[in-house]
Design a protein around this ligand. Structure first.
Ligand SMILES: NC(=O)c1ccc[n+]([C@@H]2O[C@H](COP(=O)([O-])OP(=O)(O)OC[C@H]3O[C@@H](n4cnc5c(N)ncnc54)[C@H](O)[C@@H]3O)[C@@H](O)[C@H]2O)c1
Length: 310
């Protein structure tokens, strides 16, 4: 089994939103990393994006050149012959991911670690056809992956504890706060919590009790502020489990249990997709979306400066 500390030839597969930043993260942490993509044009764009992102994150030209020198770009599957770690970030489609891993498994060493950054597919399903599923697990990063601390490492039905632990240790070495999830559950932990909140937010809005501004403010300055420091279960212990039991008895039956969101369907039908179309729950005319993204990144960085040593 590839052990942490012995990873020498990581390959990041897929040069889209996630893969490009993951390749940069590895390079910034001193790894000689290869970014693989099936098309060269995406790799050319990736190189430009990485250079721009390094400048945007405040690296000097000399520092950026050192990082850039640790990156290789290829469309050749032969790179997997030498790889000892792979994180896959290609299209969120089960058949495409399986076909990719079939190609990789024809070439890769049986001691290498294989991971998928799937957001929603079951790791066990993606692993079908993988020749050594005991060394395969989910490695789910959050976007933007250089600023979001969480990495969820999911064990598929056949994932070995040793492999999960090695990927956990790797994530720690990359400055992340990983968790190992013992069961292959859809949505893992983070998205299950996020969508429970989303469902209730949409319900409060649909009921006419509050609009987007009030709901977002209530989250940011209430539970969201708290959750940067305490998880929900720590919160219950601090507040008193008896209080949470009393409130849950009358509140849980009131909460929404819809399995489909009409509000989200309506917005999509109107092409109100958020900053990428200039309108979602809010308006982002005249490039305001980019300003929102920049503010988010600046505040994430500040928050992490405070929290990272805790
Ligand atoms: N974007 C996010 O917020 C986010 C967050 C966490 C995890 N993820 C997951 O990461 C993975 C990649 O997401 P993304 O947002 O970077 O996607 P993206 O669309 O930006 O990039 C997808 C990449 O897949 C490649 N690809 C498409 N079809 C392929 C094929 N048949 N064979 C090989 N490569 C192919 C494309 O060339 C592209 O480089 C997905 O599984 C996604 O669910 C995304």
């Amino acid at each position: 089994m590839t052990e942490i500390g012995s990873i020498r030839r990581p390959v990041v597969a897929g040069a889209g939103t996630m893969g490009v930043t993951l390749a940069r993260i590895f390079a910034q942490h001193g790894y000689e990393v290869t970014l693989w993509n099936r098309r060269q044009s995406s790799l050319d764009r990736a190189k430009e994006r990485i250079a721009g992102d390094l400048a945007a994150r405040g690296l000097s030209e000399e520092e950026a050149a050192l990082v850039m020198a640790r990156l290789r770009y290829t469309t050749d599957y032969a790179v997997y012959e030498e790889a000892d770690f792979v994180v896959e970030n290609i299209a969120e489609d089960l058949e495409i991911k399986r076909a990719f891993f079939r190609e990789v498994c024809q070439r890769i060493s049986p001691t290498a670690l294989l991971t998928t950054n799937t957001s929603g597919l079951r790791v066990t399903d993606v692993a079908q056809g993988v020749t050594h599923p005991q060394r395969f697990c989910g490695m789910h990063w959050w976007n933007p992956p250089d600023l979001m601390p969480l990495v969820e490492i999911t064990k598929g039905a056949e994932t070995g504890q040793e492999a999960a632990q090695a990927v956990y240790d790797l994530a720690v070495s990359l400055g992340k706060k990983p968790v190992i999830v013992r069961k292959d559950i859809l949505g893992i932990i983070g998205n299950r919590l996020q969508y429970a909140v989303m469902r209730e937010a949409l319900h409060i809005m649909a009921e006419g009790a509050a609009g987007p501004e009030e709901i977002d403010a209530a989250m940011k300055y209430g539970p969201g502020f708290r959750y940067a420091v305490l998880g929900p279960l720590e919160t219950a212990d601090l507040g008193g489990v008896d209080i949470f039991q009393a409130v849950s008895d009358y509140l849980l039956p009131e909460l929404n249990a819809d399995t489909r969101s009409q509000v989200l369907h309506d917005l999509v039908d109107e092409n109100r997709l958020g900053i990428k179309t200039g309108r979602g729950f809010y308006d982002y005319a005249d490039g305001q979306g980019e300003a929102v993204r920049t503010r988010r990144d600046r505040l994430f960085q500040k928050l992490w400066e405070i929290l990272k040593e805790e």
